[in-house]
Design a protein around this ligand. Structure first.
Ligand SMILES: CC(C)(COP(=O)(O)OP(=O)(O)OC[C@H]1O[C@@H](n2cnc3c(N)ncnc32)[C@H](O)[C@@H]1OP(=O)(O)O)[C@@H](O)C(=O)NCCC(=O)NCCS
Length: 339
């Protein structure tokens, strides 16, 4: 089978895949056979040609399924990029045909710009799914959990926005009209590199706050921040903590400043930006701009919370280092300014 038939290589010139094709070796496994084992050295990656496999990891003594793989999926690339040890196992669940590559083949894969940017997205999303929520104590002693926003948060995210009050919608979207599903999907289907978001959850797994940054293409040195706290959880320090958390993500991604926009009568946002020493300016009529130094945002957090969030997010926002060394290669995913 030609590599060009696989979605990862869709639209790529066959000439650009010659080195990669030479470096990959076919392997056939039967159902139940293990392709990669947790805890072993990560020396290969594999691309599924046909058949199915499961990815699982052990957590607190239990086996947790992380993903199901099928035709065209790539697996094992995280170990090659990040720490060199497998953090999960991959086993065939049917007859499985894979193309297996070593580090040289991986280099050949990354040398194809389109494939590299697709891989960046796959790596960031996988790391986000694998991230463990970080427990953080609010000032009243309540513990909340913070983790990257995931596609599985879609329905609760949309419901929370659609059921918010007219004033909250106006503060958040600058209009009290309910945003369409298309806009809300854009806020969920993020690439974690140019568009990153944290969600804050109660210990009952209720979504209670969100913060994101988006890197506007026309202003490459800054990121635009937007946030919201569930109406039942406001004035308990959640937005303050999340501003610190997004500061950690921006710092790891290499952005020195966060820019926020809010309507003039949004006193909560104004108080938050004042608290963090923002520089204020007028924006369009009725809207103010606040510029926050990333280190001032991070300083809103206790040092152990900042460290825990940093450990969670560093590889995600850099796609395991792929994004940082990827200068000049535009990502496949369109990144629009915030609505
Ligand atoms: C603005 C908003 C995010 C604040 O969330 P929060 O979790 O209540 O914020 P915090 O508890 O961290 O409060 C931050 C500071 O703002 C102050 N504050 C919060 N709400 C306030 C209000 N309505 N009026 C005046 N001050 C307010 C707090 O007192 C706090 O200061 P303090 O720590 O010195 O007491 C929240 O009101 C909200 O979700 N609004 C709708 C969406 C929105 O406005 N998003 C921002 C634009 S994208």
């Amino acid at each position: 089978m030609s590599l060009l038939e696989l979605p990862l290589f869709d639209g790529v010139d066959a000439v650009d895949l010659a080195d990669l094709a030479d470096a990959l070796r076919p392997r056939r496994l039967e159902a139940g056979e293990v392709l990669m084992a947790e805890g072993t050295a990560a020396e290969i990656f594999a691309i599924v040609e046909s058949g199915e496999a499961v990815v699982h990891t052990s957590r607190d003594g239990d086996t947790v399924e992380l993903a199901r793989l099928g035709r065209g999926d790539i697996v094992g690339e995280l170990g090659l990029l990040i720490d060199g040890t497998r953090t999960s196992s991959v086993a065939a669940t049917s007859d499985l045909d894979v193309l297996v590559g070593d580090l040289d083949a991986f280099e050949a894969l990354l040398a194809v710009p389109t494939v590299r940017s697709r891989l960046q997205l796959i790596v960031s999303r996988r790391l986000a799914v694998n991230a463990r929520p970080v427990p953080i104590e609010l000032r009243d002693g309540t513990t909340v959990l913070v983790r990257p926003l995931l596609p599985t948060d879609r329905e609760r995210h949309h419901e929370a926005v659609w059921s918010a009050s007219a004033e909250t919608l106006r503060f958040r979207f600058f209009t009290s009209a309910r945003p369409s599903r298309r806009i809300l999907d854009y806020l969920i289907d993020i690439d974690y590199v140019d568009h990153f978001a944290w969600i804050c959850l109660s210990t009952d797994d209720e979504g209670i706050g969100i913060i994101r940054y988006v890197q506007p293409r026309e202003r490459p040195d800054e990121v635009e921040v937007a946030f919201g706290t569930d109406e039942g959880w406001q004035r308990r320090g959640i937005a303050t903590m999340l501003l610190g958390a997004i500061g950690v993500a921006a710092e790891e991604a290499g952005y020195p400043e966060l820019v926020g926009y809010y309507v003039n009568d949004n006193h909560g946002s104004e108080a938050l930006f004042q608290k963090v020493g923002a520089r204020f300016a007028r924006s369009e009529p009725g809207v103010r701009e606040a510029r926050v130094a990333v280190d001032a945002a991070v300083a809103l957090l206790g040092s152990s919370d900042a460290e825990a969030l940093r450990a969670t997010v560093a590889d995600i926002v850099t796609a395991g280092g792929l994004a940082l060394t990827d200068a000049g290669t535009p990502p496949d995913v369109p990144v629009d300014p915030l609505p």
